[in-house]
Design a protein around this ligand. Structure first.
Ligand code: CAA
Length: 448
């Protein structure tokens, strides 16, 4: 099988306009700090009616192909993960064929995968599995994930966002998926779902969704740890796996505060499985919580506080940098985790990252979740695949800074327009293209 299958290159797309969360707090008459401190969000990107999931994905794929300068026929598999469904039958993947078919390349496997925010990860696993199987034809795979995350007026609205990420998958990758190390948890729950086909908005039980996310994290981490410890044991190394074995940790990010609590939660998992001696040295302030069971602690505010304090340095070192895009753009559903990966790369040098292990937690409501990891290549020399990948993300802050700030009034008006035009056929969106970055795909007419 090909060695070190993983991410060779990636491209991120986000809308050219955002609303400031401080302005939104005032507009929504909530206490100052609720969105910016309580949720950890500073800005939220959003799409006008001229953008849909097809335009987002077309733009991000075209840009990745232009950046890598690969011939269009070098891709043999294209997978799309999204929960922004605008057609119950026709896959976004088929729309993306528009880009490939001019080159004559129609021999491309893969279609769309949907389960809330997990579709991108399922697509990544499918692409890697294809490459490591007898079906592989020697070409690259591409994984595209994207979503428009919008909520009705109310307490979930500030946790919206939008964006897409495309990743080129191949062997000898600077970010290789570690084999045999996926801890997965799947369960039937109704924390967030989209039963109303006439609306772009989900039905969401916010508090339940947070509990489900944390429970899935506990289960996936337990199973990942078990698998890596088994691998180590077979190699003659019988020791427990802890957060220290992950130099970086990225999470699906519905809002940034959730991620800080999740990193703290991993520390709590380690604490509960560690010996008493280790606990006193590493887990200061947690003694009072010894003996608790994970499943009894999802709403324990005292524990939350103690964990956030104990894990602050670890969070600053391993995770904070990965939240850059999420803080400024919000939730991107399927692409959120991969936006975090791009942010992490954009805030570290190739030398800093070389040889490290990046843990990743993917969560999709409903629910499907996995904990897995990337091994970063050792070679960080100028011009190496790792150096190229890292350099390609360095313009992220500049690109975010070039967006247009829109008032909450205008944002609300655009959300109302999206409601009005959602799922309308044969309509041409109003407005000019000034709300878009130059050179992006956009909707001129919805067919039906
Ligand atoms: N200053 C500082 N902090 C403040 C504050 C202020 N003035 N006012 C409130 N806060 C804090 C609160 O204490 C709270 O923090 P803690 O939980 O740490 O105590 C935080 O701000 C949020 O306040 P509330 O809990 O009162 O907020 P809410 O109930 O009005 O809404 C929400 C929060 C439930 C997350 C809601 O935004 C929501 O439903 N969002 C969508 C669902 C979601 O994102 N779920 C996450 C897990 S599911 C998932 O990951 C899939 C996915 O992508 C959707």
């Amino acid at each position: 099988w090909p060695k070190d299958v993983g991410v060779l290159a990636l491209e991120v797309y986000f809308p050219a306009q955002y609303v400031d969360q401080t302005d939104l707090e005032k507009y929504n008459n909530v206490e100052a700090g609720k969105y910016t401190v309580g949720l950890g969000q500073t800005h939220m990107g959003f799409c006008s009616v001229q953008e849909d999931i097809n335009s987002l994905c077309l733009t991000v794929v075209q840009r990745l192909m232009e950046r890598t300068q690969l011939p269009w026929d070098s891709v043999g598999r294209l997978e799309v993960g999204t929960e922004t469904i605008i057609d119950k039958s026709k896959a976004v993947k088929t729309v993306l064929m528009e880009l490939f078919q001019d080159s004559g390349n129609t021999d491309i496997e893969g279609i769309d995968t949907t389960n809330a925010c997990y579709g991108g990860t399922a697509s990544l696993f499918n692409a890697a599995n294809w490459m490591e199987s007898s079906s592989w034809d020697g070409r690259y795979a591409m994984v595209v994930c994207g979503d428009i995350a919008v909520y009705p007026n109310g307490n979930a609205r500030p946790t919206g966002g939008a964006g897409a990420v495309a990743m080129l998958i191949g062997p000898k990758a600077p970010l290789a998926l570690e084999q045999g190390l996926r801890g997965t948890h799947m369960e039937n729950v109704y924390d967030f779902y989209k039963p109303n086909l006439a609306s772009e908005y989900p039905v969401v039980d916010g508090k339940l969704s947070i509990q489900c996310y944390l429970r899935a994290l506990d289960r996936c981490y337990t199973s990942y740890r078990q698998k890596i410890q088994n691998q180590w044991k077979q190699a003659g190394n019988d020791r427990p796996f802890t957060l220290d074995d992950l130099q970086y940790m990225i999470f699906h990010t519905p809002f940034c505060k959730m991620v800080q609590k999740s990193l703290a939660r991993l520390m709590f998992n380690d604490f509960l499985s560690a010996s008493r001696d280790t606990q006193s040295n590493l887990y200061k302030g947690l003694e009072a919580f010894r003996g608790l069971k994970l499943e009894d602690t999802y709403n324990n505010k005292d524990l939350d506080k103690a964990l956030l304090k104990a894990s602050q340095d670890t969070f600053d070192k391993k995770t904070k940098a990965s939240l850059y895009l999420s803080t400024h753009n919000g939730n991107m559903y399927t692409s959120s985790l991969y936006g975090c990966l791009a942010s992490l790369l954009s805030h570290h040098s190739a030398q800093e990252l070389a040889g490290s292990r990046i843990g990743a937690f993917s969560y999709g409501s409903g629910l499907a979740a996995s904990f897995f990891s990337f091994r970063v290549s050792q070679d960080a020399s100028p011009g190496s695949p790792l150096d190229k990948l890292v350099s390609s993300t360095s313009d992220l802050p500049k690109r975010l800074a070039s967006r247009k700030c829109v008032s909450p009034e205008e944002f609300t008006e655009i959300m109302n327009q999206r409601e009005q035009f959602y799922h309308k056929v044969n309509f041409s969106p109003p407005g000019d293209t000034s709300s878009l970055f130059p050179g992006t795909w956009y909707l001129t007419r919805e067919v039906g």
